[in-house]
Write a protein that binds this ligand. Structure first.
Ligand code: BTN
Length: 326
């Protein structure tokens, strides 16, 4: 009931009379008043004005199922949510849930991870109370070899959301890091369970450094948080709801063609490597080249010094700026 009232107040974005809320949810005026009182105790500021009703003035940076549900307006992305104050890794939780039958779009969110996983077996710094750690479960009807493109779709969705809503000038570092002022603010780890020609499920895990005032010293040169760069705090649940909305749209568009043709242009416009010299670190094969952007299957086209154009596949390769991370 509380989350329904919260959603109704948010959607109205002005006063809603107590009477309307009673009728809408078939409860007494006292029950509405109690729910509003509890929300205020939790840190929301909901004002009550005689003859006008209730209006939401301020919401805290709360991360919970109730909060996310009250903000979400998707068909399937996040239609079921598991939330943990603390867990090992949302990707691990999501995989277990998927093995036990979770539906397409099911979402795991945590406030803290004790064993956050990064790409290539690295760990992911996951302190409590400041960042976004989420994993979405997908059951796509496509060939396993097409699944890596979903990571680029998610990178596109996150970058577009951050650029559109809070107007943060993030860029994408191929294939799927989100960077701000040349430092990483978001990483994506996609895991899959598949047979040779059949995907059982895909888990896309997203970690965004949001409200932290600092990053560990060893990461200072290459990582940052939205808050350090933008000098303000963000509501994590609002960001999550906006990202899910954008991802749902992007995913459906992707499924129409099963390639990135619809995203290539915008992706390349915000690609930090675009038209820059890069160093391609392929096991046993390292070279410098000039990044020309991605093609419709997400490979990075790199022009080598002798003019040959290589298609770099995300898998084992890492691409750096010639002077450092970007
Ligand atoms: C990277 O190395 O860039 C990928 C980092 C992915 C981190 C996220 S946080 C939520 C999800 N759970 C994990 O354990 N990892 C991903």
């Amino acid at each position: 009931m509380k989350s329904q009232i919260l959603k109704a107040l948010r959607e109205a974005n002005s006063y809603v009379s107590g009477q309307e809320l009673c009728e809408q949810f078939q409860v007494s005026r006292t029950a509405v008043w109690k729910a509003v009182h509890q929300l205020n105790e939790e840190g929301y500021i909901i004002e009550a004005v005689r003859n006008k009703g209730y209006r939401i003035v301020e919401s805290p940076d709360v991360l919970s199922v109730k909060e996310i549900e009250s903000l979400i307006s998707t068909k399937w992305a996040g239609s079921e949510i598991q939330y943990y104050d603390e867990t090992d890794s949302t990707n691990t939780r999501a995989k277990t849930w998927a093995e036990n039958g979770a539906i397409h779009g099911a979402l795991v969110v945590a406030d803290m991870q004790s064993a956050g996983k990064g790409r290539r077996g690295r760990s992911w710094e996951s302190p409590k109370g400041t960042n976004i750690y989420l994993s979405i479960i997908l059951r796509p009807q496509m060939q396993p070899m097409q699944a890596p493109m979903l990571t680029l779709v998610m990178a596109h969705s996150i970058a577009k959301t951050l650029r559109d809503v809070p107007e943060i000038n993030v860029k994408i570092k191929w294939p799927n890091d989100i960077v701000l002022h040349k430092k990483k603010v978001c990483g994506i780890l996609t895991e899959m369970s598949a047979e040779i020609d059949y995907i059982n499920y895909v888990v896309i895990g997203v970690g965004i450094n949001v409200n932290g005032d600092q990053v560990p010293e060893e990461l200072e040169k290459s990582a940052t948080t939205l808050s350090i760069e933008e000098k303000k705090k963000f509501k994590r649940s609002e960001l999550i709801a906006a990202i899910l909305k954008q991802f749902e749209t992007d995913y459906e568009l992707f499924c129409e063609t099963k390639d990135l043709s619809e995203f290539q242009k915008t992706y390349n416009q915000i690609l930090v490597n675009q038209d820059r010299e890069v160093r391609v670190l392929e096991p046993g094969n390292e070279y410098n080249g000039y990044a020309l952007g991605i093609n419709e299957t997400g490979e990075l086209l790199v022009r080598r010094e002798d003019g040959r154009i290589e298609k770099v596949f995300a898998g084992e390769v890492s691409v750096r700026g010639i002077y450092g991370y970007v």
